[in-house]
Design a protein around this ligand. Structure first.
Ligand code: SAM
Length: 241
């Protein structure tokens, strides 16, 4: 029997947001893989978890993959954590999960903190169907993606850094128009948590007057739903273009 790979979500700000199960799995793991060991050691110390800690991040995930698969095949239970939130969500995790599944290794992902869910739910925008985009590409592919997203009818969720927020909002105005409703949540679960809702135009004014720091999730209203006739006209216009 091989070991089990556990993906363990960790708090995105508030240390109380860790589950009892997450603590038990971490305490029982043979090895904990962490995105930034210096960062994770603070969390593990806080909860008196003393297990071997090994770095697993975007710079070594390709070359260290086989080493960790071999560890699991040698019946060791491995827990993967990232700096914050759920591993595999805009964080390393996907490659290891895929490799484990190829090797018939059991993969368990514990439910737990992730930034986009509270941001989506507090936005007041439809949460029944949405498109999570993570970080938008900074240059290559950005125009193509924003053009496609302009027609996306589901709610759109984007991770953003504070210093790029205003520039992104100005670009959203270009692609989506200034009237779309938008919600910016920052510092979720932390002392200075805040959510600002408004149209793109309103939020450009708001964040020009009041630049922000901290971690940010942007939730954008989807495009207005088109009738069949309008869809045909749009497709025709795209073909001609
Ligand atoms: N794995 C994480 C998750 O499950 O959400 C995401 C990691 S990604 C590298 C970091 C980004 O997530 C930040 O730049 C920000 O966009 C978002 N984020 C993380 N913590 C946040 C928080 N407390 N408040 C708002 N956004 C947050």
């Amino acid at each position: 029997m091989a070991g089990i790979l556990y993906l363990v979500p960790t708090p995105i700000g508030n240390l109380e947001d860790i589950t009892l199960r997450a603590l038990r799995v971490l305490k029982e793991a043979d090895v904990i893989l962490a995105e930034d060991t210096r960062q994770s050691i603070k969390l593990l110390k806080h909860y008196e978890i003393d297990r071997p800690l090994v770095a697993y991040h975007m710079h070594n995930e390709h070359r260290s993959l086989q080493k960790f698969v071999d560890l699991l095949l040698a019946e060791k239970n491995v827990a993967l954590i990232s700096d914050a939130g759920t591993p595999g969500i805009s964080d390393p995790g996907f490659l290891l999960v895929r490799e484990c599944l190829r090797n018939q290794i059991i993969v368990n992902c514990l439910p737990g903190p992730t930034a986009f869910v509270p941001a989506l739910v507090k936005s007041g925008l439809p949460s029944d169907s949405f498109s999570f985009e993570g970080f938008l590409p900074e240059k290559k592919g950005r125009h193509t993606l924003l053009t496609a997203l302009a027609a996306e009818e589901r709610t759109i969720i984007v991770y953003e850094s504070p210093h790029r927020l205003l520039k992104s909002l100005q670009q959203f105005k270009t692609y989506f128009g200034g009237n779309r409703t938008l919600s910016v949540s920052r510092e979720l679960s932390k002392i200075y948590e805040e959510t600002v809702n408004g149209t793109i135009d309103e939020l450009i004014v708001h964040f020009t007057q009041k630049p922000v720091k901290g971690e940010i999730v942007i939730v954008i209203e989807g495009a207005p739903k088109l009738s069949k006739k309008e869809m045909k006209e749009r497709d025709l216009a795209q073909k001609i273009a």
